[in-house]
Write a protein that binds this ligand. Structure first.
Ligand SMILES: Cc1cc2nc3c(=O)[nH]c(=O)nc-3n(C[C@H](O)[C@H](O)[C@H](O)COP(=O)(O)OP(=O)(O)OC[C@H]3O[C@@H](n4cnc5c(N)ncnc54)[C@H](O)[C@@H]3O)c2cc1C
Length: 308
């Protein structure tokens, strides 16, 4: 892991820096590159702008390990309202939620109940609920949560991270459930005992997991989503799907708002299912630092905003 990436990921955990940054106008300006605004309506307006370009969307309200600041019932009710608005506006917009926003830190049982309420409403409104994957200390509990939800709901999927050594076994564990899996590289600072340090190793594991998911999809046993901006990997996996004669309804590519937008449009124009994950909310600091860590060159954008 590069020194810059490590430093930015460490900084993402500083409450002092979070307070400083979220109050500064230049930082709020810089964050707009990756986030259309702090309100739900900002995210839905952005979703409505992308829909005519055949780019579907996923929305997520930022905030993690919020217990004590915001209670889980408030978070659940906010997302229920969001599902209602999406249905009323007939947007092609799904939902993605971090388990710690719904209390995974304090009670796995309560978290499952709150997520269950969202999965139920998603199903009833023809929507889909994605469960984000947070740092490695949450993986086991998040997989348990997914298994519990999947037993009762079909419209729910979970994220797996290619940088973790354990992920091939996790995929094997989930495949009997015919799961929807969003495969990502992984965004957290993880110790060398659990995750690859070198990008090439993560990339190799991503491709191998992606190929397994496509094979499972061809047998009707999985719905793979490739959550990456790495166009070498996207082209390789989409190429493999095409050579397997797997039609485009059997997998999707998901990217983040503001990153590789031209590639998102080009993929959609070629008929690949594309969704863009739009974040909103006032608790954006740790998430934003992870975006900077993914590409430390983005820090210059923040510096430029400070002097704009
Ligand atoms: C839809 C979606 C959902 C995600 N959900 C999760 C999750 O639940 N848990 C989790 O741990 N991680 C999640 N991530 C983040 C993911 O783990 C990676 O940290 C992130 O996607 C960057 O890796 P990459 O696959 O794009 O590949 P990289 O090799 O990091 O990047 C490939 C190329 O994409 C571009 N790029 C990547 N990131 C940026 C950036 N921030 N700014 C500008 N350009 C950039 C650059 O051109 C780079 O060369 C998600 C990502 C996506 C797209």
């Amino acid at each position: 892991m590069s020194v810059a990436r490590n430093a930015l990921l460490r900084a993402s955990k500083s409450p002092w820096l979070a307070r400083q940054m979220t109050q500064r106008a230049f930082a709020r300006r810089a964050v707009r590159k990756f986030m259309p605004g702090e309100k739900l309506s900002d995210a839905l307006d952005a979703a409505a702008r992308l829909a005519p370009q055949r780019i579907g969307t996923i929305i997520t309200r930022l905030g993690e390990t919020l217990t004590g600041e915001r209670n889980t019932a408030e978070v659940r009710d906010h997302y229920l309202l969001a599902l209602g608005e999406v249905a009323a506006k007939t947007l092609p917009t799904q939902l993605s939620v971090k388990p710690t926003q719904l209390g995974l830190d304090t009670s796995a049982k309560q978290c499952a109940a709150e997520m269950g309420a969202l999965a139920e409403r998603a199903e009833a409104t023809g929507n889909f609920l994605w469960i984000d994957m947070e740092d490695s200390s949450y993986v086991e509990r998040t997989l348990d949560l997914f298994e519990t939800l999947r037993a009762h709901h079909t419209k729910v999927g979970v994220c797996l991270q290619a940088y973790l050594f354990r992920t091939p076994k996790d995929l094997e564990r989930l495949l009997p459930l015919k799961p929807a899996i969003r495969l990502v590289k992984g965004a957290y600072a993880e110790p060398a005992s659990v995750a690859f340090r070198a990008k090439r190793d993560t990339d190799a594991q991503y491709v191998s997991l992606g190929e397994s998911l496509l094979d499972a999809s061809a047998r009707g046993n999985a719905f793979p989503v490739f959550g990456t901006h790495d166009m070498n990997i996207v082209n390789r996996l989409v190429g493999r799907a095409t050579s397997m004669q797997l039609d485009a309804t059997h997998y999707e590519v998901h990217m983040l708002y503001g990153i590789r937008s031209a590639d998102q449009r080009a993929l959609a124009e070629r008929g690949t299912g594309v969704r863009c994950l739009i974040s909103y909310g006032d608790n954006w600091f740790p998430w934003y630092m992870r975006r900077l860590a993914e590409r430390p060159a983005n820090v210059w954008f923040v510096v430029k905003s400070a002097f704009a």
